[in-house]
Design a protein around this ligand. Structure first.
Ligand code: PLP
Length: 363
């Protein structure tokens, strides 16, 4: 079976570099918030074209700490899509804020600027823009709406490390950006990790304090809402090594997605539009009205599939019906059509051809 991910292959592809970095940290005797974290934060901020990065425990914490740093308060509304795995909604609830779900565009499956400008603004103070599956959202249009309404913009870049349009990378558009380095992400650690990125000195100082108990200085708590969410030295050292390969791996993902697109030219199966550098294909997500049949066909030809994500956020049982009156027709239809196929950078050519053939022969 061709799997959606194969991190063992990724590891052997890296040779000894990552192991050496890990050994260097183990021998150093410094394991949390040390020189490796500082070095990675610098490199990753430079890579994304922002002033600063602050390493945190994971991507969900990165979103929550970004909300807190912006001063969002319990009861404040945060606009977001409902097809992005519930991460932003979880972070919003952790900060006491209320998700205000917004529909997506049918072609890109990303936040629809028209739907955003039509929401009942009420308590809304911010918008989360998720660059879902690796595709950079329509930031100029969204920024314009947000600026007009006085909303903060937080980019969720957990699936879009390195995606760029007109030379501007994911993370370089909003007030703050959240990244995850969960192992399967385009830039993945060997455990959990995340970062908040931004260029505003005060906001970034707030994030830095909030990730460590709200400290203004060691043992002096200057800021409320703080907690412990730190990136460790081992993960930072590993991420520094892997950052070097990010562009190459993203190019590989692009080539694989292009190959699948060419196999689908005469098919009723749709793909998210390829968009040059703006798409880093974290996931290759197809859409069909005959999902069960397609999955069965692919499985029969040795191709694993999954669904990202099977339940839209506003229909999760945890809400106990809170959003029952919210209808997002494009999101809900897309959700019934989604199928994810393997497109990780360590697929072999024969496997890529096997997936492409399986897609081309679906009737
Ligand atoms: C993975 C992911 C997150 C959460 O990251 P964690 O590190 O798992 O907390 C947030 N948003 C999106 C879009 C993701 O894919």
């Amino acid at each position: 079976m061709i799997a959606l991910n194969d991190l063992k292959r990724a590891s052997s592809d890296e040779g000894g570099r990552v192991t050496e970095a890990a050994q260097r940290v183990l021998a150093s005797g410094w394991y949390v918030l040390g020189p490796e974290v500082v070095a990675f934060e610098r490199r990753f901020a430079d890579y994304c074209g922002v002033e600063q990065a602050v390493g945190v425990g994971n991507g969900t914490d990165a979103l929550e700490l970004a909300f807190r740093a912006l001063g969002l308060r319990p009861g404040d509304g945060i606009a977001m899509v409902a097809n992005a795995g519930m991460y932003a909604a979880t972070a919003a609830r952790a900060a006491g804020c209320e998700p205000v779900f917004c529909d997506i565009r049918d072609d890109s499956m990303l936040l629809d600027p028209h739907a955003l400008s039509a929401i009942d603004a009420g308590s809304v103070k911010a918008v989360v823009v998720t660059h879902l599956y690796g595709l950079l959202a329509d930031m100029p249009a969204i920024l314009e709406i947000a600026r007009r309404r006085g909303w903060y913009v937080i980019e969720d870049c957990a699936q879009a490390h390195g995606a760029a349009r007109e030379g501007r990378r994911a993370g370089g558009w909003g007030d703050l950006a959240a990244f995850s380095f969960y192992p399967t992400k385009n830039l993945g650690a060997s455990g959990d990790g995340g970062a908040v990125l931004g260029s505003d000195t005060d906001l970034m100082a707030a994030v830095r304090a909030l990730r460590q108990y709200g400290w203004s200085d060691k043992y002096h708590v200057g800021r409320s809402g703080g907690r412990n969410s730190r990136l460790d030295e081992l993960q930072a050292a590993i991420l520094t090594e892997r950052l070097v390969d990010l562009d190459r791996n993203n190019a590989r993902r692009r080539a694989i997605a292009d190959r699948y697109a060419s196999a689908l030219t005469r098919s009723s199966i749709r793909m998210q539009p390829a968009d040059g550098e703006a798409h880093v294909h974290h996931l290759c997500v197809l859409r069909t009205d005959r999902r069960d049949a397609l999955r069965e066909h692919l499985h029969g030809r040795g191709v694993a599939t999954d669904i990202h994500y099977p339940c839209p956020d506003h229909r999760q049982t945890m809400w106990s019906g809170l959003y029952d009156q919210v209808h997002l027709p494009v999101t809900e239809r897309a959700c019934r059509q989604l199928v994810t196929v393997p497109c990780h950078p360590w697929l072999r050519e024969d496997e890529i051809e096997q997936v492409a053939d399986a897609l081309a022969t679906f009737q």
